[in-house]
Design a protein around this ligand. Structure first.
Ligand code: TYD
Length: 318
């Protein structure tokens, strides 16, 4: 939708390419960097932690150094305005007990996967740059995102697309792990608020106020599909299935699988006036409807490298 907007430029590059990052900063003179660039999938971090260290830790260090050099060459007025917004995750707080209050920004860090450890390390670096160099950064820690265009390695698109293809819906362990689900446009809106009004050196939790077990999430997707695309014909089955939930299959648990994430997002609500709008059921409905309408996008994603990942990840579990 914005491809033709003159304010928009897309450059495909690696945050570890320091020369590229520095030349882009000199060329475009941005008033902010919103740092989303990360390897983000826990299961991939279990198979290949090296990429997570490289992109999430070393890449963040590179961006910080490039931004610091850029600010050194900027005018005092530009320096004053500049913000580095580091987008992080609730997973840095580790697994919460069932009766624990949700994590506030003051919670100790206790990451348990290579992914969350790499994000925690990046958060520490960003905070250290604020303290040491007066670097104008702000950190946000969000809960599990969902919505259109999410890469199908993640639970919600994976289950939606598997269901449509009549494939098993893999639920790890007992399916009772809890995540707090944040609709993607709510997250984006929160980031704009933090960018506009957040205080330098502060951390803000961004939560969806929607704690659900994985089994609840999968069943909600199934019920939505039952309504939007009823009675599918499943390959190799003679008659249509009546409920998508009959495809739910419990598989071996993820190693080190965190039991519960939950965020206390009262700071951003009280100090900056943001709270999530989407209700989980309506957010899921919009998401599922989007995947139903986007066959081409899905077909493009499901070929090539992604197919190899699915074979590696689920081949051994079936
Ligand atoms: P995921 O989308 O990978 O996000 P995260 O690990 O960052 O929370 O997984 C969400 C939850 O769903 C998590 O508890 C793991 C679980 N899960 C499954 O049960 N089956 C799956 O096939 C996947 C990908 C995840």
């Amino acid at each position: 939708a914005i491809a033709k907007d003159p304010r928009y430029v897309f450059v495909r590059g690696d945050i570890n390419d320091r020369a590229l990052v520095e030349s882009l900063l000199r060329q475009h003179k941005p008033r902010a960097i919103v740092h989303f660039a990360a390897e983000s999938h826990v299961d991939r971090s279990i198979y290949g932690p090296g990429d997570f260290v490289q992109t999430n830790i070393v890449g963040t260090f590179n961006l910080l150094e490039a931004a610091r050099a850029y600010l050194g060459e900027s005018t005092a007025a530009a320096r004053e305005q500049f913000r580095f917004l580091h987008v992080s995750t609730d997973e840095v707080y580790g697994s919460l007990a069932a009766d624990s209050p949700p994590a506030t920004e003051a919670f100790p860090y206790a990451p348990s996967s290579p992914y969350s450890a790499s994000k925690a390390a990046a958060d520490h670096l960003v905070r250290a740059y604020c303290c040491t160099y007066g670097f104008p950064a702000i950190i946000t820690n969000c809960s599990n995102n969902y919505g259109p265009r999410q890469f199908p390695e993640k639970l919600i698109p994976l289950v939606t697309l598997n269901a449509l293809a009549g494939k098993p819906l893999p639920v790890y362990g007992d399916g009772l792990n809890i995540r707090d689900w944040l609709y993607v446009t709510d997250h984006c809106e929160a980031l704009r608020v933090v960018l506009a009004r957040g205080r330098i050196g502060e951390t803000y939790n961004i939560g969806g106020n929607s704690e659900k077990t994985n089994l609840d999430v999968v069943k909600t997707i199934c019920a939505t599909l039952d309504e939007l695309r009823p009675n599918p014909l499943i390959p190799h089955h003679s008659s249509p299935i009546t409920h998508y939930s009959s495809l739910i299959t419990f598989v071996k648990d993820r190693p080190g699988h965190d039991r519960r994430y939950a965020l206390d997002a009262s700071k951003i609500r009280d100090q900056l006036g943001w709270q999530p709008h989407a209700r989980f059921e309506s957010g899921i409905r919009e998401t599922v409807a989007w995947y139903l309408a986007q066959g081409d996008w899905v077909a493009g994603i499901m070929s090539g490298e992604y197919r190899k990942w699915v074979e590696k990840q689920y081949g051994v579990r079936d």
